[in-house]
Write a protein that binds this ligand. Structure first.
Ligand code: PGA
Length: 278
């Protein structure tokens, strides 16, 4: 770690300890769960429970199913909770049966688009090149692109996690420039840590990977943009590890699955993180 990196990391930690640190980011992707009705019930409750949390304290976001987006937009209209889509095609229109165009998402006035979730990459075979096209299209259309990256267990065992992360970032963000910093967010989600069979990653391991990712962002987009881009951790985040993970200097936020799908659970987790920061 260079002296400068140490200083920035230290500043971040000290800021967190004093409660004056950078804004934190806490979001969830509800995957292929929750019907429109379920999403509405969930969002109404979450909106009410978190109404007193300012956007300066925490940026909250929810990424529900495509079919729920219109109803979700209505509910979240006058709330601080941002709304995202789970995927997007890079083309505006055309012969792409089953795909969702950026123009269709624009009509729904969503804020962000999740790109390259582990399940998109490993169940549906999406490639880094495809993620790059999606990131580029999302940013061009004015959405914030949430690019997910992460190594598989095999890659971790070969000791090439950092190489994999650097490659996924370098290809995925290839078309980006320093000016796009504010339109990007990264989620580090090791494939082996995600879902019911996932093993939560240790906070020290996570911090080391986040440090490598910040360094890569710096190489790609420059120092300022690199510190501007939030890097979140995801993969079996739960009430027991949320606070220790958030205490890591290079962790800007958490991207949560199962532990956030009940509005009360998510609210409790958000509060525990906020209290630990205060
Ligand atoms: P999990 O999901 O928290 O249920 O492991 C995380 C994710 O896939 O984003």
């Amino acid at each position: 770690m260079t002296e400068k990196e140490k200083a920035v990391g230290k500043e971040h930690v000290e800021g967190k300890e004093k409660g004056t640190g950078k804004k934190i980011y806490l979001g969830t992707n509800t995957k292929m769960y929750k019907t429109i009705g379920d999403t509405c019930t969930y969002l109404k409750a979450l909106k009410e429970l978190t109404a007193d949390i300012s956007e300066e304290q925490a940026e909250l976001f929810v990424i529900p199913s495509f079919t729920s987006l219109a109803a979700a937009r209505e509910i979240l209209q006058d709330s601080g909770i941002r709304l995202g889509a789970q995927n997007m095609c890079w083309e505006d229109q055309g012969q792409f049966t089953g795909e969702i165009s950026p123009l269709m998402l624009k009509e729904l006035a969503i804020d962000l688009v999740e790109i390259g979730h582990s399940e998109r990459r490993h169940v549906f075979g999406e490639t880094d090149q495809e993620e790059r096209k999606k990131v580029t299209a999302a940013v061009r259309h004015g959405f914030q692109a949430l690019l997910c990256v992460g190594e598989t267990l095999e890659q971790k065992e070969y000791g090439i996690s950092d190489e994999v992360l650097r490659m996924q970032l370098k290809v995925g963000l290839h078309d980006m420039t320093a000016e796009n910093g504010g339109n990007l967010m990264i989620a580090y989600e090791p494939v082996w840590a995600i879902g019911v069979h996932g093993i939560p990653a240790g906070e020290e391991y996570v911090n080391q990977r986040h440090r490598v990712m910040k360094q890569t962002l710096k190489e790609l987009l420059g120092e300022e943009a690199a510190w501007e881009i939030p890097v979140l951790y995801g993969g079996s985040v739960n009430p027991g590890n949320a606070v220790p993970l958030m205490r890591q200097p290079y962790v800007d936020g958490l991207f949560i699955g199962r532990s956030a799908w009940d509005a009360h659970d998510f609210n409790r987790l958000i509060r525990s993180v906020l209290e630990a920061q205060a």
